[in-house]
Design a protein around this ligand. Structure first.
Ligand SMILES: Cc1cc2nc3c(=O)[nH]c(=O)nc-3n(C[C@H](O)[C@H](O)[C@H](O)COP(=O)(O)OP(=O)(O)OC[C@H]3O[C@@H](n4cnc5c(N)ncnc54)[C@H](O)[C@@H]3O)c2cc1C
Length: 593
């Protein structure tokens, strides 16, 4: 099944939903020319459709192989990666001082969606490299930057992110990998990490591992964690590659999906310890890692968007082809394509509108990150940083939940053929599943949203966002477009639910934390579906007034469907948050009785 990047949907979401155009006009992006976006994305779409999409099935079927401490990727993958990097795709938003193109993160976010849609297991590799670049740029010494950044930015080398150990998953503070000072400024690292994505592969000559470890005299928990850069091959003074470092893939996992992405057990210390270099300060590794994780969380949210869009495109094509039954009221012989049936239309609209809502939220997160890094005015930067922080867990969890739901519907629309591997619908469903688990499970994201992001400054970031959303709803209410149906009323009700649920949670975060935690996941859903509903309505209004996105009424229909079918659930989600804590926290009686 081919993939075609939905460029006009992407540009509408980027420019109007996420506010890129307004931010450029306000001068927050310096001399960046917003018109470049379309050309870059067209090219990304071509590469993805021509080179990456055809390898998606091969990667799934052939997977990866581990032999003699080396991972081999699926046929065609190393060549595709080299072409991809040579075309400059790894460097889109990389720092110009190290060979990057310096384009906004928002443009790279749209590219990440495109790579993920065409081939999610491929796109995962550079997603982690990008996070590594951010951490090294923000926290690394000048010497480390000089040696490693340019190679990482160009994609000549890739990066990994190594937190997880068998006893330390969500609870990163429980990690035991040891680091000892070697006396020459470097460190020797010993330990075993599990589940390391692209921990080894044959697509590049070197791999730069970013590993969390603990010094012998470190305090317990997350306050005693340090971040180390550990190259697979040591780098000589002249920049050439030297000896193999003491870090090896000692196993690979057999997984439900993402077969082409190696998930490795990494062993350090079989030969005296891997040589590592400290990033940032000793015992301040979590701070550095958060720089990586925020990037990666947005990236994984975009994986959810991408895989959802791919599943939608495939389901739409199938529904237009597959003939079963007749449209109600149609007479005579012959069968109609299943797309005539209201239940199939409903599934397709659900897929389309959920994907669009998640896309807008992810892009808005990227624009907030950009403004927080680029705007001149410190207040604008601080507000954008708060917005980016608030949106990150929603972008990650809401979008990946949607990736799962949309790929589920993709299988459903295919009927029995969806369950058969031949169509590819099943692969999307399998591949999507991990996105709600890694980079912090979606449960952990919702806890982050309630206990940190909502609670920051008495909810100030949430109230500021609600104000803006209120402005969009007012515009819908006064638009006099019957195409919006009851969108305005549904969105207004949802804003009320979100505000009340936020206040309820704020009152309990400190006083009754278990009550707040019990409602965290439904709260994140309430937040995402209200925010997504408002953003889609705002985009539909923009499509009508700017006239640069084809027939604007299709966006009105998508926004209306989402408001009337998804956002409308806000009322019951509010009740779930506020009324169900007692049952949840009394649950022990259920399994003990
Ligand atoms: C394919 C794949 C690729 C991966 N890639 C990487 C990688 O590149 N680098 C890396 O470091 N790791 C990687 N991981 C690990 C991944 O990030 C973890 O699996 C994930 O963070 C969850 O940790 P866990 O598996 O130990 O689950 P656990 O932490 O044991 O969680 C199990 C369940 O309990 C819940 N839970 C746990 N603690 C709490 C809490 N305090 N409150 C509420 N609920 C809680 C979780 O939400 C989850 O539902 C990868 C994993 C996979 C499967």
């Amino acid at each position: 099944m081919t993939y075609r990047a939905p460029i006009s949907d992407i540009l509408l979401a980027l420019n109007h939903g996420a506010g890129l155009q307004a931010a450029v006009q306000a001068g927050h992006y310096g001399d960046f020319d917003g018109d470049i976006a379309a050309a870059v994305l067209e090219e990304a779409g071509k590469f993805a459709g021509d080179v990456l999409a055809p390898l998606n099935r091969v990667g799934d079927e052939q997977g990866i192989k581990l032999a003699d401490n080396k991972v081999t990727t699926a046929p065609g993958w190393p060549d595709a990666y080299r072409r991809w990097a040579a075309a400059g795709w790894n460097a889109v938003s990389g720092p110009e001082a190290f060979g990057g193109q310096g384009l906004p993160l928002a443009i790279n976010a749209a590219c990440t969606e495109i790579w993920s849609a065409s081939n999610i297991a491929f796109g995962l590799c550079p997603l982690l490299t990008l996070s590594a670049i951010e951490a090294l740029e923000a926290h690394g010494s000048d010497e480390l930057k000089q040696i490693y950044l340019q190679k990482l930015v160009s994609g000549e080398w890739t990066g990994t992110m190594q937190l997880t150990e068998s006893q330390a998953g969500s609870d990163v503070g429980a990690l035991r990998t040891r680091a000892e000072r070697a006396g020459d400024g470097s460190y020797r690292i010993k330990g075993t990490k599990i589940f390391i994505t692209y921990g080894d592969h044959d697509m590049t000559d070197n791999i730069v591992h970013f590993v969390l470890a603990r010094l012998p005299d470190a305090p317990a928990g997350t306050k005693g964690i340090s971040l180390f850069l550990i190259p697979k091959l040591l780098v000589n003074a002249d920049g050439s590659l030297g000896a193999r470092n003491d870090i090896h893939p000692s196993g690979v996992e057999h997984k439900l999906g993402m077969h082409a992405s190696p998930t490795c057990t990494m062993t350090m210390g079989d030969h005296g310890g891997a040589i590592g270099y400290l990033i940032g300060e000793e015992n301040k590794g979590m701070q550095c890692m958060f720089t990586m994780m925020n990037q990666a969380r947005l990236g994984v949210g975009l994986e959810g968007v991408g895989i959802a869009d791919r599943a939608y495109q495939q389901a739409l094509a199938f529904a237009q082809e597959r003939k079963q039954g007749r449209a109600v009221g149609k007479k005579g012989d012959g069968l109609d394509p299943i797309i005539v049936h209201p239940d199939v239309k409903r599934m397709l609209l659900q897929m389309r509108s959920m994907t669009a809502a998640a896309r807008s939220i992810c892009y808005a997160t990227a624009v907030a990150f950009d403004i927080s890094a680029r705007a001149k005015d410190p207040k604008v930067r601080a507000d954008a940083a708060a917005r980016g922080a608030l949106l990150t867990p929603i972008a990650k969890a809401f979008s990946t939940d949607i990736g799962n739901e949309v790929t589920y519907l993709g299988v459903q629309i295919h009927g029995g053929m969806g369950f058969i591997e031949e169509t590819g619908a099943a692969q999307h469903y399998r591949d999507a599943r991990i996105t709600s688990i890694y980079e912090g499970t979606n449960g952990i994201q919702s806890i982050d949203l309630v206990t940190r992001k909502l609670a920051a400054n008495g909810g100030a970031s949430v109230w500021a966002l609600l104000d803006e959303l209120n402005g969009i709803v007012k515009q819908v209410e006064t638009s006099n477009d019957p195409g919006f149906g009851t969108t305005g009323a549904k969105l207004r009700d949802a804003l009320g639910s979100l505000e009340r649920a936020s206040k309820w949670l704020l009152e309990r975060v400190a006083s009754a934390p278990n009550d707040a935690l019990a409602g965290a996941t439904p709260y994140l859903r309430l937040f995402g579906s209200t925010l997504g509903g408002c953003m889609l309505a705002g985009e539909a209004l923009a499509a009508k007034s700017h006239g640069d996105a084809g027939d604007p009424q299709r966006y009105v229909t998508v926004a209306r469907f989402f408001a009337e079918n998804i956002t409308v659930q806000a009322g019951s989600l509010e009740k779930t948050v506020t009324d169900s804590a007692e049952a949840v926290n009394g649950a022990d009686a259920v399994w003990l009785g």
